[in-house]
Design a protein around this ligand. Structure first.
Ligand SMILES: Nc1ncnc2c1ncn2[C@@H]1O[C@H](COP(=O)(O)OP(=O)(O)OP(=O)(O)O)[C@@H](O)[C@H]1O
Ligand SMILES: [Mg+2]
Length: 509
């Protein structure tokens, strides 16, 4: 096509041949106090291709994405969209057709789903359009991404999975040139992920360029045409996915081979956790089970089966109508998180940033918050004791940070998550409950977290694990309880545990 026609039709995506670079970033450098986040990075988004951006926690993925979305200005280098220099502002990026879903995404809680989608595409590039037309368009995209969701639902009533899909609907409702997604699948179930990928395939066919960030390599290989690896803020390589495999990508990300954690049996001791007849109207029905010292028990089931609700009841976050929970034979008061911690219960919640962190406070304070009586025995905080606890957490989980005194919000997403796990471990709990502990953390950290869980169990703690990652479940669990619709549908011994046996119990009516 000749150049004049091209420039006249540049908004019509179908006219751009597959593989044409749309967004080109060259020589990007960015530093924060004490950290070089990006160093001389080149990056391209091409029409009709998915470019997966991978790397360890803190490698610089989100920083690069925020730059393409206009949130950060590069210290060095430049970003061009269709050859034009991108002004570093979210409005300019938006106007250039860069649609972004950030890692810490948010909807307006008291607005409906449709209003949230409209918010993202207003004012319209084509001038004023009626509210009714906007609503109709919002509903059309929604139907494409989440067909079963009513557009009049309030955002605060959505599950994390629904919220994430609405975010995606909001982003693609633009007539975007590129769609940039920072860890869009972390709260999605496998069928929801598959639906998202179908939407992505569709957008690709329409000529959009897509960027996809995930720590789950299965997904990366399922969806991407090209894989770009960052390590410590530098570009390692950007090559076609067909030339790579898991092991090669891991090696490029981490710089070494990562040893998979293997299961080894432990000796189970006395009953630590006993749950008896736990019920909560409409959510949980007559849940009873025990976990012994040294045991790692997985709570399996589909999203929505009630696993997180069980965890929250045990940890005193949710109340329950009936039943009793005890630790080492002693009853634990219901609905009181402080008393649950006193009783020796530590919970790593699924939504760690929302539920477990105070963003403005330092890494150090966030880790030691619930340990105050230990580091301040007479009301005075012992700085050396505090530093010891924080250093141990940072070391065992490789938490990447400029120093322990920076606000925790300046850490990368995965490193914030690791800090929550570090805190729970530092509590030295009798019962450690982990709700999807390795979501959002990199391959190396996954192995480190598994090792820490095994170490705690070997020292006599009871562990209750909620995880959607079967390899992790297989490497860790002594047995599994499978939940379905708020009940325990059955129990699987370690030998019985497999993808099929869990699915059978989780889905059979
Ligand atoms: N606003 C900020 N202030 C200070 N440091 C920051 C800020 N944003 C990012 N950083 C630092 O820049 C580095 C890169 O962070 P970034 O969030 O880009 O990592 P990431 O690759 O997205 O990691 P993750 O997989 O954990 O999400 C980290 O060391 C992080 O602490
Ligand atoms: Mg990130």
């Amino acid at each position: 096509m000749n150049a004049i026609l091209r420039s006249a039709s540049v908004r019509y995506r179908r006219d751009v041949p597959k593989g044409t670079p749309i967004l080109v970033a060259k020589g990007i450098g960015k530093s924060f106090p004490g950290v070089v986040a990006l160093d001389n990075v080149d990056f391209e988004i091409r029409a009709g291709e998915v470019n997966a951006l991978v790397g360890e926690n803190g490698a610089g993925k989100s920083t690069l994405i925020k730059m393409m979305a206009g949130f950060h200005a590069p210290d060095e280098g430049e970003i061009r969209v269709d050859g034009e220099l991108l002004t570093p502002s979210p409005q300019a990026a938006h106007a250039a057709g860069v649609a972004t879903i950030h890692q810490d995404h948010h909807l307006v809680p008291n607005m409906t789903v449709a209003e949230n989608i409209m918010l993202g595409r207003w004012p319209s590039r084509f001038g004023v359009i009626s509210r009714r037309e906007q609503m109709a368009r919002a509903e059309a995209v929604l139907a494409r991404v989440v067909p079963n969701l009513s557009p009049t639902t309030l955002a605060r009533q959505l599950t994390p999975a629904e919220g994430q899909l609405v975010e995606i609907a909001r982003a693609i409702s633009e007539d975007s040139r590129v769609l940039v997604m920072d860890e869009p699948t972390t709260s999605l179930s496998p069928p929801e992920i598959e639906r998202l990928f179908q939407v992505v395939d569709d957008l690709k066919a329409q000529g959009l360029g897509v960027v996809f960030v995930s720590h789950w390599l299965e997904e990366v290989f399922r969806i991407s045409d090209r894989i770009t690896v960052l390590r410590d803020g530098r570009l390692v390589s950007s090559i076609p996915a067909s030339e790579l495999d898991h092991a090669k990508v891991i090696k490029m990300m981490v710089g070494r081979d990562v040893q998979q954690v293997k299961y080894s049996p432990r000796q189970a001791g006395e009953v630590v956790l006993h749950v008896d007849g736990l019920s909560r109207a409409g959510v949980l029905e007559d849940i009873s089970f025990s976990v012994r010292a040294g045991e790692i028990v997985t709570l399996a089931g589909l999203v929505g089966a009630g696993r997180t609700e069980v965890a929250n009841c045990i940890a005193g976050i949710d109340r329950y109508d009936e039943g009793a929970i005890s630790i080492d034979g002693k009853l634990v008061a219901a609905g009181d998180p402080k008393k649950a911690i006193k009783a020796g219960i530590a919970l790593v919640p699924e939504d760690r940033r929302e539920q477990a962190l105070v963003p403005k406070l330092s890494v150090s304070t966030n880790i030691t918050m619930p340990l105050l009586d230990r580091i301040a025995p007479r009301g005075v905080i012992s700085e050396s004791r505090e530093a010891e606890i924080v250093n141990e957490a940072a070391r065992s989980l490789s938490i990447k940070m400029a120093s322990a005194s920076v606000p925790i919000s300046t850490l990368s997403g995965g490193n914030q998550q690791k800090a929550v796990i570090g805190r729970c471990v530092a509590l030295g709990p009798r019962l450690l409950i982990l709700d999807e502990p390795t979501k959002g953390v990199d391959v190396g950290a996954k192995a480190e977290i598994s090792e820490i869980i095994i170490r705690l169990a070997s020292q006599g703690a009871a562990v209750l694990l909620i995880s959607s990652e079967l390899p992790e479940v297989l490497a860790l669990s002594d047995r599994a309880l499978v939940m379905r619709s708020g009940r325990i549908a059955g129990q699987l011994t370690r030998d019985e545990l497999s993808q099929e046996s869990v699915m059978n119990l989780a889905t059979m009516g």
